[in-house]
Design a protein around this ligand. Sequence first.
Ligand code: VG1
Ligand code: CO
Length: 543
Amino acid sequence: MVPVTCPTTPFDGQKPGTSGLRKAVKVFEQPRYLENFVQSIFDCVDGLSGATLVIGGDGRYHNRTAVQTILRMAAANGVARAVVGRGGILSTPAASCVIRKRGAIGGVILSASHNPGGPDGDFGIKFNAANGGPAPESMTDAFFARSKAITEYRTLESPDLDLDRLGGTALGGMAVEVIDPVADYAELMESLFDMAAIRKLFASGFRMVFDAMHAVTGPYATEILERRLGAPAGTVINGTPLEDFGGHHPDPNLAHAEELVERLFGPDAPDFGAASDGDGDRNMILGRNVFVSPSDSLAVLAANATHVPAFKGGLAGVARSMPTSRAVDRVAAKLGISCYETPTGWKFFGTLLDAGRINLCGEESFGTGADHVREKDGLWAVLMWLNVLAARGLSVAELMAEHWGTYGRTYYGRHDYEAIPQEAADALIAELRGTLPGLAGTVLGGRTVAAADEFAYTDPVDGSRSERQGLRVGFEDGSRIVYRLSGTGTSGATLRVYFERYEPVGGEHGLDAPVALKPLADLAAELAGIERHTGRTKPDVAT
Ligand code: VG1
Ligand code: CO
């Protein structure tokens, strides 16, 4: 087993986005591409030599090859111990859990999350730090800077390890431990929830469908829901992880989780439905004939948190990403706790969670989580919902009606325009940025603009500053439009447009969200000149 130092030259564009470096598989398959980025990470992580490193991914195509490469490089870079999920599998929240539990220096997680997989799909790599959370911008900026200057990487000449057998082995001077990817995570979940109450709910005939979308949560959901909580076999559908997710987008939303949506809105629908994404950090929540928007889900969980053992003493505070609706703000106000507004991306919640300022947070993009790990956590959100439903004895529809009756209803929607030319997207944003300062006080589509600005964020814990985090237009009636460009897409640019409309207590709560939001959506398209800049007359995905 010979350590070797290989000369290399930089690749362009190894800049981590909202959640790591995400590119087409074909890009990652180029010789030295993955190696360059991994060495750039290793060069920037203080204390790597002699430390424990967690490695795992969502099982998509190229996962196993990449894990072998990273193991060799970790050994050659002096890592003392590598902890790997069996088969190279670890969901993102499980990786966060394992990093924290094992006192690791961090973890390398291989995933392009909700992006499609397979030889023609996408691949991704992200680094999570010792707190279990996504590397903060200070680190990802350092990785990128290093990737532009890299001249060599270190690896071993060694055969592949057997990743399918649990237990310890050695690679050069590094100990390798292959662990059950589910065990630590399942144990953590059992410590947070009233498992007996959820078990009783299932025993009483409560029916649920969990769609794992052929992605990483299949084994986790089967173990926890069917084995530990007694949900009937077949509760988990599409539960076998596939390298190409069966050819689908493993993205739990109304557009991509069709089968589940049909079940919940069809005849003889079950009581509860949920889905998770490629790497297991997202969740979609459905009841019989009802879809719960992620922004509402966060608000409902905040309002009902004390019914769950982990939060029986109450919440310290909550946070949401800027484009997430302000439904949770209303709950926080009533509870008398702080509510923080952060830029998009889970990395911005880390300091708040570490400082104990918040213990529940979420994003409109089907991400919800808490202080048990430092990632959003799909299955955790599902268990939290089950616990709340069991404790309250209400259906999803009844719980939503109660919530809206207390706090008012915030209709929410998002339109994505995918793969538009980067220059067109940049021009649209630049023009809109120029328009914003003059908007306050004007009337658009019958609504008076209260404020219009570009969101920038100063982290209240470490003082770090993040500029240009989205354009927002707020109206006096409480409605809002937000625009931003995606940081996870892999071809061209993706424009995201977010809308919300507030209906106070006693207002119109029974509309379909797309109907309720149509005037705002039309206004948003016109205000930004979406058709003029992109030629698009409708979004690719509306959620
Ligand atoms: C999207 C979502 C964001 C989420 C990110 C990673 O980013 O909008 O809320 O944190 O994906 O999610 P963007 O920059 O494309 O809008 V995941 O499940 O890919 O880790
Ligand atoms: Co994800």
